[in-house]
Design a protein around this ligand. Sequence first.
Ligand SMILES: Nc1nc2c([nH]c(=O)n2[C@@H]2O[C@H](COP(=O)(O)OP(=O)(O)OP(=O)(O)O)[C@@H](O)[C@H]2O)c(=O)[nH]1
Ligand SMILES: [Mg+2]
Length: 314
Amino acid sequence: MSTNKQRLHVAVGVIRDGDGRILITQRAKHAHQGGLWEFPGGKLEAGEPVQQALARELEEEVGIQVQRAAPLIKINHDYGDRHVLLDVWNVTAFAGQARGCEGQAMRWIAAEQLREFSFPAANLPIIAAAQLPHYYAILEGLSAAEALDNCRRILATGIKLLQFRVKSLPSIDLQNVFEQVSQLCRQQQVSLLVNTDLPVDTTNAQGLHLSSRALLACRERPNGYRWVAASCHNLDELRYAEALGLDFAVLAPVQATASHPDAAPLGWQTLTELLEQINLPVFALGGLGRHDLDRALVAGAQGIAGISAFLAAD
Ligand SMILES: Nc1nc2c([nH]c(=O)n2[C@@H]2O[C@H](COP(=O)(O)OP(=O)(O)OP(=O)(O)O)[C@@H](O)[C@H]2O)c(=O)[nH]1
Ligand SMILES: [Mg+2]
């Protein structure tokens, strides 16, 4: 039984250089998952703290000294012959010049190129996490003018991932506002996801954001979108999103929020416990702002999602 198998705790680094490129290395032919590409890292020694193991493994394997690292995602994966807990960290500052210290092939690649390489099966959500930013803004507005103004304000803060959820517009305005928002997003290389509750033609949309109701009605991942995400409120919905192979989820409400006064907040502790049970990048939503990012990362989240939180820089 897999539950009796010992779980190997592995420290893994998504190492980024000054241009945002990511370091990947190739596993030795004879190793577990041999020949596939990976993010450098290795097993914790008995009693060793994970950050210490990360620093030791990256020094041993690619000759760098970690200066700054933050949690990215944790993946629990059972390969049948072994069960691993991949404890993945973003390494954003380091000293030294990376090299393949064990003779392994090595490449610095753009995040978007990660899908062109073959990684072990457990790495799929790590790749999504490495490609996603830490903030996911939700666009709302009570009129066409307000929605467009909000969009400009959000994009001016540097947001790169946006959900179109302008619910209260007459449908005659909606498609028009959507086209304008799409254009602004294209110009500024922002990924745009359309909420499925809106009667918008999504043929040219880059992404789809499923409401929790739409999520549960799906039998397979919708085709043809770069990003497919979903709104979740509990473990069952998160598990369903993961099983469908979605790219990420939003979990709400983490804190009390004026926009949903009747929903009981999950709190940070429950958020942490839920995220430990799934292998999917998840943005924390509800009563949060940019200043909550570090806390969200420690809880295991990808980052923060919000509506009003991103209308202005902090
Ligand atoms: N380092 C690393 N390991 C991964 C990744 N994805 C993945 O499934 N693994 C699995 O996690 C385990 C990590 O082991 P490792 O081989 O790197 O461990 P290590 O550096 O301590 O190696 P050693 O046993 O040669 O000392 C392996 O079973 C490997 O297949 C990844 O992206 N990076
Ligand atoms: Mg290793």
